[in-house]
Design a protein around this ligand. Structure first.
Ligand SMILES: NC(=O)c1ccc[n+]([C@@H]2O[C@H](COP(=O)([O-])OP(=O)(O)OC[C@H]3O[C@@H](n4cnc5c(N)ncnc54)[C@H](O)[C@@H]3O)[C@@H](O)[C@H]2O)c1
Length: 263
């Protein structure tokens, strides 16, 4: 129960990976702050968590791209809890299928606002309090950014050009935050999933297979990912076993990104 007495805040917790991480963290004793713009999704996540764990849960509807709403979220969080040990920047959108040069300006603005400015807004709203959490020594807090294989050099995806660039920026911010917050004993890492069955792909394995075939992508461990595997990796990063890991981007993709043009 290594998260007992610790609060985990997850953005985009009303669906997909965010929902599975909420269940996984609560099972290790965490209290939860669950954020999303989708209130019914948040309620669904709360019900799923409470089926398995008796934990304190605060639901906060807020748009991560709006710094005022994010600052209000920080205020509400600390009215209820005395810490945020674990901060997971998970909310993200793909913005549709466009090559980078054909994407409309609005697509760029929206995808970067949610996928890049969102994690920056949330981290800025919480890091000062996280730094002061000496009760958890040797580590005061942990930040996990959910990026994507599409943001890595091997995985850059021309059909999701804006999304790819946004996730590459998030991986860069992960390293920058790790440098800035390391001296305060806060670890910052990214997780980059490959293709996983979540609502972002309409929960449809056929759609994913088609997508892989059109791009001639093969996965060495030839399975489509299940959202729990991302939650398990987040749990590892949240655990004391990972206290000396920071500034890293952990890829969980069945080997997809090392196999491009090789299988
Ligand atoms: N599913 C995959 O295969 C995959 C692969 C790589 C990376 N990712 C990343 O994982 C993260 C989670 O995606 P998922 O697959 O669980 O998708 P999802 O669509 O199921 O979940 C994303 C959640 O974020 C919420 N959200 C969207 N905009 C928001 C905003 N402005 N403020 C707060 N919440 C907002 C949505 O309402 C939704 O509940 C995303 O960052 C995504 O880019 C997913």
């Amino acid at each position: 129960m290594f998260l007992e007495g610790k609060t985990a805040l997850i953005t985009g917790a009303g669906s997909g990976f965010g929902q599975k991480m909420a269940i996984a963290f609560a099972a290790k004793g965490a209290n939860l702050v669950l954020n999303d713009i989708n209130e019914s999704g948040l309620e669904e996540t709360r019900n799923l968590v409470l089926k398995q764990s008796n934990t304190q849960i605060l639901l906060i509807k807020a748009d991560v791209s709006n710094s005022e709403e994010v600052n209000e979220m920080a205020k509400k969080t600390f009215e209820t809890f005395d810490n945020v040990f674990l901060l997971v920047n998970n909310a993200g959108i793909d913005g549709g299928l466009y090559t980078a040069l054909k994407a409309k300006e609005e697509v760029y603005d929206k995808v970067f606002a949610i996928n890049v400015k969102g994690p920056l807004n949330v981290t800025k709203a919480f890091f000062r309090r996280m730094k002061r959490q000496k009760q958890f020594q040797p580590i005061s807090g942990k930040i996990i950014n959910i990026a994507s294989v599409a943001g890595t050099p091997n995985g850059a995806n021309p059909m999701l050009g804006i999304y790819s660039a946004s996730k590459a920026a998030l991986i860069a911010f992960t390293r920058l935050f790790a440098l800035e917050l390391g001296p305060s004993n806060i670890t910052v890492n990214a997780i980059s999933p490959g293709v996983f069955l979540t609502p972002i792909y309409n929960n449809d394995p056929k759609l994913i297979r088609q997508f892989l075939e059109t791009r001639n992508v093969k996965i060495p461990i030839d399975r489509i990912g299940e959202a729990e595997w991302v939650a398990d990796l987040a749990l590892f990063l949240a655990s004391p076993t990972a206290d000396y890991i920071t500034g890293q981007n952990l890829i969980v993709d069945g080997g997809m990104s090392i196999s491009i043009n090789k299988l």
